[in-house]
Ligand binder design. Structure first.
Ligand code: NAP
Length: 263
């Protein structure tokens, strides 16, 4: 039997659709005390289904201190596959605070017949792959990743972001679009054709929400310069899952173990 005042305290590092869906599926479980953490990058983040805190912790040590102070029983890293720093912090903080870590990371997309992908190790390499000849590039990247393109002013760019790019880039030919996903194939086709895009630069985010541009590029036979995912943080004792279903199942298992310990 659970002691009635006992709950399993879970901190979910989020900023992704998966984190939000996971929180929604666990929100009704009264044995859980859930907190979702956001970096605070977007001005008006979408509503979250559980209590939310916003802003950095102050590195791995700060996150470890938060875990200890709030007596967190399970840390979930459901951040974006390219958010390498916070994932590394999560591994270190979990070890420092002796808290188990669950990493939820969606699968990367794989090229299929008709895709024309070029792999780049970094954003700078992706920029260089655009070459010297002027092109019309759609940059489906985060606002913080755009600066290197100022060194390639020969190209025309289309940039899409949730919040406006401020300050604007120092580039002679650039169109800005502010929009929030998901983006379907039909709309992406329209965007690519309207802006006469001839190459896409993007990250291998995986998932359905941003796959529309990949399908649209295949349809139009456009090349895609795909920035590779960062290497996973050294994992220690991390449990790794790839889907929200598996992440929720893992938390349920933790609750069940917790209940047994509470007998
Ligand atoms: P990052 O480079 O790995 O993290 C930079 C710093 O931001 C971290 O050291 C941490 O600050 C803070 N931070 C990041 N995620 C946090 C979270 N969930 N809660 C509290 N603090 C957090 O991350 P990023 O690439 O800037 O991404 C920031 C957020 O946007 C992530 O939550 C991620 O899931 C989301 N996101 C990222 C991408 C992407 O392509 N990178 C795409 C979509 C969504 P302290 O060291 O001070 O704790």
């Amino acid at each position: 039997m659970i002691l009635s005042d006992k709950v399993l305290r879970v901190l979910i590092l989020g900023g992704t659709t998966e984190a939000r869906r996971m929180a929604a599926q666990l929100a009704e479980n009264t044995t859980l005390d859930l907190t979702l953490s956001l970096a605070g990058r977007t001005r008006e983040p979408v509503a979250q289904p559980v209590p939310t805190r916003v802003g950095g912790f102050g590195g791995a040590a700060g996150l470890a201190a938060y875990l200890s102070k709030n007596r967190i029983d399970l840390l979930v890293d459901a951040t974006h596959p390219y958010a390498a720093q916070i994932s590394m912090n999560a591994v270190q903080a979990a070890a420092l605070a002796n808290v188990p870590l669950l990493r939820l990371e969606r699968d990367a997309w794989r090229a299929v017949d008709g895709d024309i992908w070029h792999s780049a190790a970094t954003i700078v390499q992706a920029r260089d792959l655009l070459g010297d000849k002027p092109r019309r590039a759609f940059l489906a990247l985060g606002r913080q990743e755009l600066l290197p393109f100022e060194a390639a002013p020969q190209h025309a760019y289309v940039v899409r972001s949730v919040d406006p790019v401020e300050p604007p880039l120092d580039l002679p030919r650039i169109d800005y679009i502010t929009a929030r996903g998901p983006f379907n194939e039909e709309d992406e086709l329209a965007l690519l054709q309207t802006h006469r895009v001839d190459v896409i630069v993007c990250k291998n985010s995986g998932g359905a929400a941003s796959y529309g541009k990949i399908a649209a590029a295949r349809h139009l036979r456009l090349p895609v310069i795909m920035v590779a995912r960062p290497l996973p943080a050294l994992q220690g004792k991390t449990t790794r899952v790839r889907t929200v279903t598996d992440a929720v199942a893992h938390v349920h298992q933790c609750v069940s173990d917790f209940r047994k310990r509470g007998v």
